[in-house]
Design a protein around this ligand. Sequence first.
Ligand code: TRP
Length: 374
Amino acid sequence: MSEANKKSAARRSSDFSRERRVPSLPEQSFFGAWFTSDRERDSIRNGGHSGSRPTFCSSSGRADPAAGSDFSEALIAGLSAPQKSIPSRFLYDAAGSALFEKITTLPEYYPTRTETEILRHQAEEIAAIVPDGAVLVEFGSGSSTKTELLLERMENLHAYVPIDISATALQDAKARIAERFPALRVMPIEADFAQPIAIPPEFSTRPLFGFFPGSTIGNLRPVDAVALLASMRRTLGPDAHLIIGADLKKNVRRLLAAYDDADGVTAAFNLNLLARANRELDANFKLDQFKHSATYDMRNGRIDMHLVSLREQWVDVGGRRFHFDAGEQIHTEHSHKYEIDGFHTLAGEAGWRPQVVWTDAEHLFSVHVLVADA
Ligand code: TRP
């Protein structure tokens, strides 16, 4: 496709979204998507990336013999600190992944369906930006559900490279996509996307298009988010693009409802951390003595998830005893919310330049196309 065509395709607007060009972007510069693995570990404490599982992961299904001991070490370390915490990557065992799938369909949980609608409505324009012969690289691909919306339109794509730590999820996704798009090469990489990833050399000379949906970027603190975006830029090389979803700041009540739904699915999802410790680590958390809590931290623009001890109590985990005061909290997850400009600043610090951003009519969620800075 010619530059001119690409430009007009990207500029065209649709009824659905207010397509927003980046206001400060001059016309000439117009051209140019977890989970953390059970290996990633301890990154919250040592300052590396931390992440959470992307939106669609059917089941953890992995047979990692070290998983139990990793959970055990992380839990004991997290409960030993003055401010107790449990790394969010442990939310996504098979039970947790099933609960999260349910969250994505709740009326209160707007991010998944809003992002999906934006992608559905903009798929053609996104496809128009992707050069012929490009390779689509998805970070934390899970079941690759949202990807199919793009693949339907990307007729001249050379290959699709889904990256995920779950071999089962990759196999299932590959089988489904290979059947639906028989001409497309699908080359999965089983890896933790928070670590640097080597793209197969046969693809590395082609234009690479990253895809990171789900606002998983929001589960990292801004400094870690910048580090992850910079690492993705290195993975994808100099001429890369990145399509990334970021949840937007909005009415606080609406935000809180999304993280504390009326049916208690999110509460069950959060409490599954303690249930999992009981199942796997011979812990004795009394699940009715803890409750889920989601609060909005105005200053940092983020939802904080906690498990709150309902009374003073002791809990045994792997032969150790932990004391909880009444009302004491275990921190389990952050979910940062952005303004479009704030997200652009973050991306800029990681060497990405905004090309185009779409939002839904209610301005709930944003999908950005970023270009690697020269
Ligand atoms: N990436 C999701 C988000 O930030 C993760 C999530 C949704 C989550 N609901 C949760 C994490 C509840 C912990 C508890 O929106």
